[in-house]
Design a protein around this ligand. Structure first.
Ligand code: OTU
Length: 657
């Protein structure tokens, strides 16, 4: 206890008396858990007490320098902890340069974001990145500087202020698993500084790397095979899970934790309100394992959460863990932990986590014309813990990783191979093989039959690029809207990927760039199409039709509280495997909302009697997207056209519910 009370004293010395009460309250709530977690990771180090006290002083300095406007936001959000679970929350993800050139250009695009009702903007990495190849900014050279071509730290602060005036929270990648090989820590290591060499994992020979490799996966098996890179100047093998120039940080070294925690708090004070914690699954290495989802990785994330709760409680942490459904909930926090007064509190980890299984399952359902696998994922998704939400999405800057669905694919598959052939067929379908409408490409699959990933913009994967007739284009648009309909109604924070609102296609130019040609993810990283943007209100054009249809769905979402992340969700059995049916809200109440999606390419009859079974009387139904009503006495079940969807609410003749 003295360590904690001494640490609090050391903190308060740096803070104005007006902050003491609030900080002390947050410290008393979080510090015991923080200390417990850090002792589990680093308590065996002799200098732990000194190290811990120094960390809390860094915490105090972060508190001391946190701008007043952000402290105000902290207070507001401490009183409304579910703020990001609202049905009004909508995200948009894009690259700074591709969307607007630089940070100042992003501010000029705010009206476009406001028109869609965006309240969360994920700008892909904009910190100073490695000179040369840098994995699209995911090889960070400095956590203190902005990529010069995007602007300055002042530009960032001005942008976050401007976004906040429009009710938009900036989300930034915080790439905490690795740094670039030209980061000062890596340069110091290469210069012979053993303190910094120990910020990384490195080995004098292949003995341990070869032992680790036996149980490790491959992220870039084609472009960067293996997980270790020989660095001549070190004469050692460095752990590089991703590209050879991305050196994994060694979190068994407490110095790494405190450096990264300090960097996170500094960036929070620049006005970043959400941190996308990149590659969180890989943070802890354990021989004989795949070094993913290790318990210590969760302890690290929970400790970062404690620090944020003390120093910047208005900030959200989002786990980027592309892992099987069963391993996702842990990233939001599971179980309870004891406080020093023996009370138990729920473990808090990240506020948000990508529901990558739901995203991948939606694409599988489209390829198979069967919604079964989405049902498996939905039923395998436990209720959200308090103050937590899923990030739901259709596409992002990365590949669609099919292997997250191995468990679900094995359930419905009939190949007896754990779903591998089933997922391989889907990957090949979207890579445009056989008679598929999709125009995607394989990602890092040396063997076309192997299951790895698929790349391509939503529009290309949904058939816009291959469409030869008006009907085929219309069907492609309905496929894409169906996938966004699921993301918007499932219950989470849905994120639009830049260009999808205009049905923007692939960017094939990466094949001409030697620095990109080996990473097909660049296929889905086009510049924002300003010509299409100019047509967004022209209903006679494809961008116009896409934009108006999507905006209709966005309006319906934000005006129906049943669709908030905190709302209940009930999967409903459908006799037609093509149909996905689930209810949002209370199925016994008249404000229940049903999503019905036809994932097939042919019309399917919807027996309305499946819906509303728990309602006191069988209502009629109204589709809030089209306004169309379906009355029980109107006769046979309505036919759902191919790839169409209905968002149904009870409709009592003459009385709108
Ligand atoms: C993440 O990668 C980023 O989203 C990628 O853009 C980066 O290349 C990578 O980290 C390294 O920073 O799940 O948890 O399948 O989509 O590795 C790591 C390749 C991730 C990436 C995947 C992803």
């Amino acid at each position: 206890m003295t360590l904690l009370s001494n640490s609090l004293k050391a903190m308060l010395v740096h803070l104005p008396a007006t902050e003491h009460e609030g900080v002390s309250a947050r410290f008393h709530q979080q510090a015991p858990v923080l200390l417990d977690h850090l002792q589990r990771l680093y308590g065996h180090h002799a200098h732990f007490p000194t190290w811990f006290t120094a960390l809390t002083v860094a915490l105090a300095k972060a508190l001391q320098t946190r701008p007043q406007a952000l402290r105000q936001l902290d207070r507001q959000r401490s009183a409304d902890k579910d703020w990001f679970c609202s049905e009004r929350m909508l995200g948009y993800c894009t690259y700074v340069d591709r969307f607007a050139g630089d940070l100042r250009g992003v501010a000029e695009k705010i009206p476009h974001l406001e028109e869609m009702g965006v309240h969360y903007l994920h700008l892909l990495p904009f910190l100073r990145a490695r000179i040369g190849e840098n994995d699209g900014g995911f090889a960070v050279s400095s956590f203190k500087d902005i990529e010069p071509r995007f602007g300055t730290m002042t530009d960032l602060r001005e942008l976050t202020d401007r976004l906040r005036q429009s009710g938009i929270s900036l989300c930034s990648d915080f790439i905490l698993n690795h740094v670039a090989d030209d980061h000062p820590w890596a340069l110091a290591a290469k210069a012979g500084d053993e303190t910094y060499r120990d910020y990384f994992y490195s080995y004098p020979d292949r003995i341990l790397p070869d032992q680790f490799e036996q149980s490790l996966g491959q992220i870039f098996p084609q472009a960067a095979p293996g997980n270790f890179t020989f660095v001549d100047v070190l004469q050692r093998w460095v752990w590089t899970t991703f590209y050879p120039y991305q050196w994994d940080l060694n979190y068994s070294n407490p110095a790494v934790f405190s450096e990264m925690a300090t960097a996170l708090l500094h960036l929070a004070n620049q006005g970043i309100e959400v941190f996308r914690l990149d590659s969180t699954a890989f943070l802890w290495k354990r021989e004989g394992s795949n070094c993913m989802n290790q318990p210590e990785a969760h302890v690290i994330l929970q400790a970062l959460r404690c620090l944020i709760e003390i120093a910047a409680p208005g900030v959200l942490l989002k786990a980027e863990a592309i892992v099987p459904t069963a391993q996702l909930p842990a990233y939001l926090g599971s179980g309870t932990t004891n406080r020093d007064d023996n009370s138990t509190v729920p473990v808090k980890e990240c506020h948000l986590a990508y529901h990558s299984s739901l995203m991948a399952a939606a694409w599988v359902a489209l390829a198979e014309q069967d919604a079964g696998i989405i049902g498996h994922v939905m039923r395998g998704t436990p209720p959200l813990p308090e103050q937590a939400s899923w990030l739901t999405y259709v596409r992002c800057h990365d590949d669609i990783g099919w292997n997250v669905l191995r468990q679900e694919a094995a359930l419905g598959g009939d190949d007896g191979d754990g779903g591998e052939q089933r997922l391989s067929r889907v990957a090949q379908f979207f890579a445009g093989q056989e008679d598929s409408y999709a125009r995607g490409a394989s990602f890092q699959a040396a063997d076309p039959a192997a299951v790895h990933g698929t790349v391509g913009m939503s529009a290309a994967l949904c058939g816009f690029s291959s469409a030869k007739t008006e009907a085929q284009t219309e069907l492609a648009r309905h496929r894409m809207l169906l996938l966004y309909g699921l993301a918007l109604t499932f219950g989470g924070l849905p994120v639009i990927y830049m260009g999808d609102e205009l049905a923007q296609g692939n960017d094939e130019t990466y094949r001409l760039d030697p620095a990109k040609v080996n990473d097909s993810r660049w296929l889905q990283r086009p510049d924002f199409d300003l010509d299409a943007f100019a047509l967004r209100h022209d209903a006679g054009t494809l961008p116009g039709q896409m934009f108006s249809s999507l905006c209709r769905m966005l309006t319906c979402r934000r005006t129906h509280p049943q669709l908030a992340a905190t709302g209940k969700r009930h999967w409903i059995f459908s006799p037609h495997a093509e149909l996905l049916i689930f209810a949002r809200g209370d199925i016994e109440q008249a404000n229940v909302l049903y999503f019905v999606g036809n994932f097939s390419e042919h019309p399917v009859a919807l027996d309305l009697r499946i819906l509303g079974k728990s309602l006191p009387l069988q209502p009629g139904w109204m589709d809030i997207l089209s306004g169309q009503t379906f009355l029980p006495e109107a006769g046979p079940a309505p036919l759902l056209p191919a790839c169409s969807q209905l968002w149904l609410i009870p409709y009592f003749q003459g009385v709108l519910s």
